[in-house]
Design a protein around this ligand. Structure first.
Ligand SMILES: O=P(O)(O)OC[C@H]1O[C@H](OP(=O)(O)OP(=O)(O)O)[C@H](O)[C@@H]1O
Ligand SMILES: O=c1cc[nH]c(=O)[nH]1
Ligand SMILES: [Mg+2]
Length: 210
């Protein structure tokens, strides 16, 4: 069992997160850093993955060796910003199936608005890793996981880059069975629901839309 909340303290992760927070970091640098961090965070969120065995012949001998049961996994990206974490994790687990949940926050109510849902078949039999760089109020991640559970998912982990204490609390109340892996938990949310000090709007910074 993973801990309910894992903060990845690795120096490379913390260094790259600091560079991403800087307001002067360009869109291209931001995307590149997110990709690099996603590879490092993937290491933590993939602990205790389902394994299988295969027979391999080394130059010396035949042996039974462990192998990821990758087809039994699904990575689910919360659009848009989730895609910034998705690609790196998928590179490490290329046989994982991939789903997408389209959600954006209504900027006034901070409630998520759903516009897309497509997940792999047999979702109830897979380990599902949901990815989204930001956990702020928790409204988006709670809604995404509600939808996944309604579709049958039972074994879910949530991977983000940055969280607010409010979002961690909301997830713990709504989905206590879902472990969270993140690089940091910041001070608080501001009156607009942004993480403080945070890094701004991840989607806008990734794609240069503001
Ligand atoms: O915890 P919450 O308060 O729900 O906030 C977090 C959500 O906000 C951001 O998405 P956004 O709505 O900006 O959509 P985008 O990824 O399309 O930019 C982020 O990627 C999360 O999905
Ligand atoms: O600080 C925040 C909060 C929600 N979404 C973001 O991208 N950033
Ligand atoms: Mg956004």
């Amino acid at each position: 069992m993973l801990d309910h909340l894992k903060i990845v303290q690795h120096p490379l992760v913390q260094h790259k997160l600091t560079l991403m927070r800087r307001k002067d970091t360009s869109t291209a640098e931001f995307r590149q850093l997110l990709r690099e961090i996603s590879l490092l965070l993937a290491y933590e969120v993939t602990r205790e993955l389902p394994m299988t065995k295969t027979t391999v012949e080394t130059p010396l001998k035949e042996m039974e060796a462990p192998l990821l049961a990758g087809k039994k996994m699904a990575l689910v990206s919360i659009l848009r910003a989730g895609n910034g974490l998705l690609d790196g994790v998928l590179e490490l687990i290329p046989s994982a199936r991939v789903g997408f949940i389209g959600l954006y926050r209504n900027e006034e109510t901070l409630e998520p608005v759903q516009y897309y849902f497509k997940v792999p078949e047999e979702i109830s039999e897979r380990l599902v890793i949901v990815v989204d760089p930001m956990l702020a109020t928790g409204n988006s991640s709670v809604a995404a996981i509600d939808l996944l559970k309604k579709a049958g998912a039972k074994n879910i982990r949530f991977l983000c880059l940055l969280a607010a204490p409010e979002g961690v609390q909301r997830m713990a109340e709504a989905h206590p069975d879902v472990p969270i892996v993140t690089a940091a938990v910041d001070e608080r949310l501001n009156e607009h629901g942004y993480i403080v000090p945070g890094l701004g709007d991840a989607g806008d910074r990734m794609y240069g839309t503001k």
